[in-house]
Design a protein around this ligand. Structure first.
Ligand code: CA
Length: 238
C-alpha cells in the first residue's frame, strides 16, 4: 500500500508541483486548500503524513497542527510544516506545538522527498522502508519486486542487491570497493571488474528502449544512481 500524504496549501500552483513530485515518488496524494477543510480531510482519509502550510485561510497551519495534536485520533500523524524562509521563530513555535519537521520555501522536490522519507522512517519504519524509488524505477522490498514505468524487471540476486544499495544512496558516487563490501561482503575476495560486469547486467535490465540510463559511470571513481531531473523547481515564496 502506498503511503498517503495530505497537502494542506492554498496556492494551487505549488499544490500542483507537490502533487506531481509526490505521485512520481509513488505516494498517494490528497489536498486541502484551507485549515477547516484540512481537518475534515484528515478525519476522512487518515493520512500517513501531512504537509502543512503555515499561512492558510480560515485556520492557520499552526492552529491546525495544534488541533490535530489535541485529538487522540490524529495526534500521532507526522506533520511537516512549510513556511517562508528565515522565520526561525515560526520554526521553533511549530516544533513546540508538535510538528515533526519544518521546511523553508523555496525548497527543491528532492529535498522535500528526503525530509518526508526521514520523518516516515523515524515514525513509521514499515511505510518508509518498504518502497525504494528513483524516478520511474520502483523497488518493493516486501514483495521483492522491481518495476520501471510499471514494467516488471527481473533481476538476478546480485543485481537486486546492487540496485537496492544504489537506491539507498541516490545520487551518491559509490566506489567499486564500497559496492563490493555492500553487495558481496567484506570477507569475500572478488575482483573489482566483477562489479563492472554486474553493473552492465543491471543497466541492461533496468534501462528499456528509449529510457534514460539511470546509472552514471564516474571515471576512476565508481558509479552513481541518479534520479531524473525534477519537473519544475519549487520557487514559490508563499
Ligand atoms: Ca499559503
Amino acid at each position: 500500500m502506498k503511503p498517503r500524504i495530505l497537502i494542506v496549501e492554498d496556492e494551487p500552483a505549488l499544490v500542483a508541483v507537490l502533487r506531481y513530485n509526490l505521485e512520481s515518488a509513488d505516494f498517494d496524494v490528497e489536498e486541502a486548500r484551507d485549515g477547516e477543510l484540512a481537518l475534515a480531510k484528515v478525519a476522512e482519509m487518515q493520512p500517513d503524513l501531512i504537509l502543512l502550510d503555515w499561512m492558510l485561510p480560515e485556520l492557520s497551519g499552526l492552529e491546525v497542527c495544534r488541533r490535530l495534536r489535541r485529538d487522540k485520533n490524529t495526534k500521532n500523524i507526522p506533520i511537516i510544516m512549510l513556511t517562508a524562509r528565515g522565520e526561525e521563530r515560526d520554526r521553533v513555535r511549530g516544533l513546540e506545538i508538535g510538528a515533526d519537521d519544518y521546511i523553508s520555501k523555496p525548497f527543491s522536490p528532492s529535498e522535500l522527498l528526503a525530509r518526508i522519507r526521514a520523518v516516515l522512517r523515524r515514525i513509521r519504519p514499515a511505510l518508509a522502508d518498504q518502497l525504494l524509488t528513483c524516478g520511474d524505477l520502483l523497488m518493493d522490498l516486501a514483495a521483492h519486486r522491481v518495476t520501471r514505468n510499471g514494467r516488471e524487471i527481473h533481476l538476478g540476486p546480485t543485481e537486486y542487491r546492487l540496485l537496492r544499495h544504489f537506491l539507498e544512496f541516490p545520487g551518491r558516487v559509490l566506489t567499486r570497493d564500497q559496492l563490493l563490501d555492500a553487495v558481496w561482503g567484506h570477507d569475500v575476495y572478488v575482483e573489482q571488474r566483477t562489479v563492472d560486469v554486474h553493473i552492465r547486467r543491471l543497466r541492461k535490465a533496468i534501462n528499456g528502449d528509449g529510457e534514460s540510463d539511470l546509472i552514471r559511470t564516474v571515471r576512476s571513481a565508481g558509479y552513481a544512481l541518479d534520479p531524473p531531473a525534477p519537473a519544475s523547481p519549487l520557487t514559490h515564496s508563499n
